[in-house]
Design a protein around this ligand. Structure first.
Ligand SMILES: Cc1ncc(C[n+]2csc(CCOP(=O)(O)OP(=O)(O)O)c2C)c(N)n1
Length: 660
């Protein structure tokens, strides 16, 4: 049992490391770590199941610092509990270029940072995804192998962000009872008191979405412990509202917004040392305190060892499947299944929408990849994301493989990040491409973290038709292509769709999006090719000797490009067509490949039912672009294509004009 005095000294270690690191960096946020130090100390010293020497142990509890600006809290905890990749030197390098201790916690910088946080609210939704993953894997592999909690700490800001509501409503609905959310209820944000902008009754709010709620004094060690113990036996997720004082211990600044995001200053730090009776110098932790913390870090070793013995005793197939799933490797029969499917497609190339082609590909994929976890933001019949293998997950039955996310795109995308980060599953979603805007902050974070999540984005252009401009993406391909480390695929037919899925699934360290049509398309790949032609991002689909015209197109416009080329060739104008399913992959190819695909035909035309931005890479400044120059409109898709001039005739005319 940790005495009150010991506890205080352990919590103060967090406080001083945080304020001293912020002071040294002359930048950062001391208020949250100082205020939440007691909550974190109780959690990490008594309850969190973790092993700093085996930080990736699959059944560890997950801890997410949703209020990422308080990053020194987690960095301090990692150092104090004995993570080998977080030294005192790393803390001294807080916020310096190239250090692990970045301004906000970044996934991959050090073990124990379970996700990148900073954009407020994301961490709560990540944690919901982690809790979904745990419950799903527990249903699949049994409680012997998966049985852990997910703890998340948030501030007022996280709770004000809309994404938090999407996430907590789903968590309450799904009864994710191993999810525990601590609210650092300090009544302060950057501008001042929370009352400037918010008067939500948070307890009532969480109760309304079926959470267990507990309110405690966030500086009362025993009360925090009792709340965590109550949470651990709850049949619902638990919200622990912890009343805290921001910047606790700083005699003149605590409780005010002055400690939120600025160094305390030498004078106030000296006063805090006095007030908290802390004599150790900056970055020096007294031996007794460090040894208490290190003991907290070894607390779960035997639990981890018992877990390892259970895994060792697990039936061979199940054990190797569990290990494969957490390694993120695809099963050896995966590529063969795609290949067989491509042969079948070549026998009778279907004229279908790529969203339907995606469903057909998923039917094959989900048959061989038990780790895929599908879902849709209430557009299942439109996104075609649910295949025959996928039963719906329900609050009482997680044996299914399909999540009904509800109309919560942002929460879905962030929770998918949490699922991918948790390990053992590959999440893919469904949504209308237009609403990728609603997912964008989380897609960006997936790209920043380098994790495998796959967004199925259907209804990818004016091909949407009657629903009109509110539902027709125009700038979205360009906007998504602008996100570094995200692969945006826009396949042209069923074969390309299967190839793009294959590529997305092989990408262990990048997210992908698949832009798919609502409308049917003529097949453009008519013969079987063993190679995945989409792998190089762009390739010559129709060749022509001494081509005078090159047409570059993606997705639904490849069909138009092929027909335009046929007409031009019939008129004696040698024309080739390049299909561009993934600009990012193409840009990674060697110079000579890119030069050969771009070619040197004097006339270059690009066709995509979207804005031109980005296409100059292929066609240059003097190429011509057949696409959108405005928002779309409501009407039958065929009429819209005509109205906006995205037609075979328009491509032919553009080429002829350039040749003239
Ligand atoms: C989405 C988003 N908007 C704005 C910010 C900038 N920001 C960082 S912290 C903060 C205030 C948060 O207040 P609170 O959660 O109460 O944190 P505390 O003051 O307790 O540290 C803001 C607006 C952000 N990080 N993310």
């Amino acid at each position: 049992m940790i005495s009150r005095e010991q506890h205080d000294r352990m919590a103060n270690a967090i406080r001083f490391l945080s304020m001293d690191a912020v002071e040294k960096a002359n930048s950062g946020h001391p208020g949250l770590p100082m205020g939440a130090a007691d909550v974190a100390t109780v959690l990490f010293s008594k309850y969190l199941k973790f092993d700093p020497k085996n930080p990736l142990w699959p059944d560890r509890d997950r801890f997410v610092l949703s209020a990422g600006h308080g990053s020194m809290l987690i960095y301090s905890l990692l150092y104090l509990t004995g993570y080998e990749d977080m030294s005192i030197e790393d803390l001294k390098q807080f916020r310096q270029l190239g250090s692990k201790t970045a301004g906000h916690p970044e996934y991959g910088h050090a073990t124990g940072i379970e996700t990148t946080t900073g954009p407020l609210g994301q961490g709560i939704a990540n944690a919901v995804g982690m809790a979904i993953a745990e419950r799903k894997l527990a249903a699949e592999f049994g409680a012997d192998l998966q049985n852990h909690h997910t703890y998340v700490l948030c501030g007022d800001g996280c709770l004000m962000e809309g994404i938090s509501h999407e996430a907590i409503a789903l968590a309450g609905h799904l009864k994710l009872n191993k999810l525990v959310l601590f609210w650092d209820n300090n009544n302060i944000t950057i501008d001042g008191a929370v009352s400037l902008s918010d008067s939500t009754d948070q307890i009532a709010r969480f109760q309304a979405v079926h959470w267990n709620t507990i309110a405690v004094d966030g500086h009362d060690q025993a009360a925090i412990a009792a709340a965590i113990e109550a949470a651990q036996t709850s049949d619902r997720p638990t919200f622990i509202a912890c009343k805290t004082v921001i910047g606790f211990g700083a005699p003149n600044k605590q409780g005010t917004h002055k400690v939120h995001g600025s160094p305390l200053g030498a004078e106030e730090i000296a006063a805090t040392r006095k007030a908290l009776n802390w004599e150790a110098e900056a970055f020096t932790i007294p031996d007794d305190v460090l040894s208490d913390w290190r003991a907290a870090g070894t607390r779960s070793v035997s639990i981890r060892e018992e877990w390892e013995s259970r895994l060792a005793e697990t039936d061979g197939d199940k054990k190797s499947e569990f290990n494969r799933r957490f390694a993120g490797a695809l099963p050896s029969n995966f590529d063969g299944a795609i290949d067989t499917y491509k042969k079948k497609l070549a026998d009778a190339p279907p004229a279908i929408a790529t969203r339907k082609a995606s469903e057909d590909a998923l039917e094959v994929i989900n048959g061989v990849l038990p780790e895929t976890l599908g879902g849709s933001a209430d557009l299942t019949p439109s996104n075609n994301t649910k295949t025959s293998q996928m039963k719906s997950i329900t609050p009482t039955d997680f044996s299914g493989r399909y999540v009904h996310w509800g109309i919560r795109e942002h929460g879905m995308a962030a929770a998918m990040n949490g699922i991918a980060l948790h390990g053992g599953l590959i999440p893919y979603s469904g949504g209308f491409m237009i609403f990728s805007d609603y997912c964008r902050p989380s897609i960006r974070l997936a790209a920043l973290m380098g994790i495998r999540v796959i967004h199925v984005l259907t209804h990818d252009s004016i091909g949407v038709g009657e629903d009109g401009p509110t539902h027709e993406p125009v700038e979205h391909m360009a906007a998504l292509r602008a996100i570094p480390n995200l692969l945006m695929f826009r396949p042209a037919d069923a074969v390309e769709t299967a190839e793009c899925w294959q590529l997305a699934l092989h990408e262990q360290h990048r997210p992908s999006g698949l832009a798919l049509t609502r409308q049917n398309l003529a097949p453009s790949r008519l013969t079987y090719e063993a190679d995945n032609l989409c792998a190089k991002g762009a390739y010559e689909l129709r060749s022509a000797d001494n081509a005078k015209v090159s047409i570059f197109a993606s997705g639904s416009e490849v069909e138009l490009a092929v027909k335009a080329a046929e007409q031009l060739n019939a008129k004696g104008v040698a024309t080739r067509v390049v299909s561009v399913p993934c600009v990012e992959l193409f840009q990674e190819q060697p110079d000579d490949y890119r030069a050969s695909v771009i070619g040197n035909a004097p006339v270059k035309i690009a066709a995509e039912a979207a804005v031109r931005q980005g296409w100059d890479y292929f066609i240059g400044n003097d190429g011509d672009f057949v696409g959108m120059h405005s928002f779309g409109a409501s009407g039958p898709a065929k009429d819209l294509y005509k109205h906006f001039g995205i037609t075979v005739d328009a491509i032919v005319a553009a080429a002829e004009k350039k040749l003239a």
